[in-house]
Design a protein around this ligand. Structure first.
Ligand code: PLP
Length: 473
């Protein structure tokens, strides 16, 4: 493709993307294809001769689009959002156009320095203490792995990096029963082992029971284990429960245990003064992650990872082969030493574009509106005798189920599972589920960039009507 053709197709693609945004509600939210359907439509062999970009776009529309679920639809209420916004998309275009590999300061000084400044902006926006330093990671999962590896090295005086895990003693990590599965993955990868991840029971609001954490740690210390890290969650994935940071932090600080905070979704709500209570106990935090790629309108991927002591982080990850030696080393941030991958995209540009374009007030307004919508939805659910709310509504997630009278618990679980599939198969809305105390729970997340009260009211009528007919099917 020559530059002339690139210009032509790029202009066409902007039209394509703008049309997509305008028409997004006309697509089924959840893709309706069956397994293998798309695979079978793609040729088994690559073309020998060059093909036109027009032919690619034809297949994009005809083959690929039916196999896409539409995360940017305001009728998407599933999982947690992966929100984009026009200023973020524009920055992504610039990033891919420039195509810089931002592994160290020298490979693009602007990328490193903008990243440093954006992390200061975010840190101050969510009111983490000023000694924290930040780095962009690809995902909260990677950030939590990074935290656990750093904690492992701190607890073993940086000996596992040298000698391997076999002589490290019996290392332990603690989280709650509601913690995201990325912690379990990180513990597997880190050599600590899944059996040494202690899952602390939760209270009736699904937040970690700090007294039980203390008991578990005391017992382990007596039995010769080495507590390495506690993961506290602000905004669990199931119900957005908030673990009691201060109580957990006091326990950690007494035994010198690394405290990592996973605020992947809820971290964005810390830009609202009304939600700063979640961060009470912040002085005990060693590391903290939240995802602008979830609720801060920044295209995936962009996870903001903050550490109180960057020296330990760097000491865990740094490596200095001859080909990466530079004259600026030690004077600048070489972010390849702040995590797992060496290569890095210029992700700070997206944040810069989003924050400047919305302004802090614009971001606050949007997040506040999403939380307000969730609270109105929970009132509408509470007003119906045959529905019930199954977890406190803290932020933008409402957990509920249909509960017609006269059925056993097993049957009610089946009815709700069927209700979930029927709703998703309609293509009109997309919801996912969790299980709380053995109950199949519908989860409705009202945090898509463009969701409004009108979308949620329409969704709620559909849910009610479908539920009341689904039990007869
Ligand atoms: C979404 C989520 C994660 C995983 O985020 P990725 O960036 O996709 O790795 C981890 N923890 C919590 C609480 C989450 O909600």
């Amino acid at each position: 493709m020559n530059p002339e053709d690139f210009r032509k197709h790029a202009h066409e693609l902007v039209e394509w993307m703008a049309d997509y945004m305008e028409n997004i509600e006309s697509y089924p939210v959840k893709s309706q294809v069956t397994p293998g359907e798309i695979f079978s439509k793609i040729p088994d062999k690559p073309p020998l001769k060059p093909e036109s970009f027009d032919s690619l776009m034809k297949d994009m529309d005809n083959i690929i689009m039916p196999g896409m679920s539409h995360w940017q639809s305001p009728n998407f209420f599933a999982y947690f959002p992966a929100n984009v916004s026009p200023p973020s998309i524009l920055a992504e275009i610039l990033i891919s156009g420039i195509g810089a590999q931002c592994m160290i300061w020298e490979t693009s000084p602007a990328a490193a320095e903008l990243e440093e400044k954006m992390m200061i902006w975010l840190r101050d926006l969510i009111l983490l203490p000023p000694e924290f330093e930040g780095v962009i990671q690809d995902s909260a999962s990677t950030a939590t792995l990074t935290a656990i590896l750093t904690a492992r090295e701190k607890a073993t005086t940086f000996s596992v990096n040298e000698n391997g895990v076999s002589q490290a003693g019996k290392l332990r990590v603690y989280c709650s029963e509601q913690t995201h599965s990325s912690t379990e993955k990180a513990v597997k990868i880190s050599g600590i082992g899944r059996k040494n991840l202690v899952k602390i029971p939760v209270k009736s609001d699904f937040s970690m029971d700090a007294a039980k954490l203390k008991q578990a740690i005391d017992r382990d210390l007596k039995d010769g284990y080495i507590p390495v890290c506690v993961i506290a969650t602000l905004g669990t994935t199931g119900t957005t429960a908030v673990d009691p940071l201060r109580a957990i932090g006091e326990i950690c600080s007494k035994s010198g245990i690394h405290l990592h905070v996973d605020a992947a979704m809820a971290g964005t709500a810390l830009i609202l003064p009304e939600f700063q209570w979640m961060l009470d106990g912040r002085e005990y935090i060693d590391s903290f992650v939240f995802n602008p790629h979830k609720w801060m309108f920044t295209n995936f991927d962009c996870s903001a990872y903050f550490v109180k002591d960057a020296t330990s982080l760097i000491k865990t990850f740094e490596i200095l082969p001859e080909y990466l030696k530079t004259r600026t080393r030690g004077k600048v941030n070489d972010y390849r030493d702040w995590g797992v991958p060496m290569g890095r995209r210029f992700r700070a540009l997206k944040l810069w574009s989003v924050i400047r374009s919305y302004g802090v007030e614009g971001l606050r307004e949007k997040v506040n509106e999403h939380i307000r919508i969730a609270s109105s939805l929970s009132e509408m659910i509470l007003a119906e005798d045959d529905f019930e709310i199954l977890a406190p509504v803290v932020l933008s997630v409402v957990c509920f189920r249909y509960k017609p009278s006269g059925y056993t618990e097993d049957r009610i679980n089946q009815i709700n599972e069927k209700l979930n599939h029927t709703l998703n198969d309609s293509g009109k809305i997309y919801l996912t589920h969790t299980v709380l105390n053995g109950k199949y729970t519908l989860r409705m997340v009202t945090a898509q960039t463009n969701v409004t009260m009108a979308h949620v009211e329409k969704a709620w009528s559909l849910i009610r009507e479908t539920a009341r007919s689904a039990i007869h099917l």
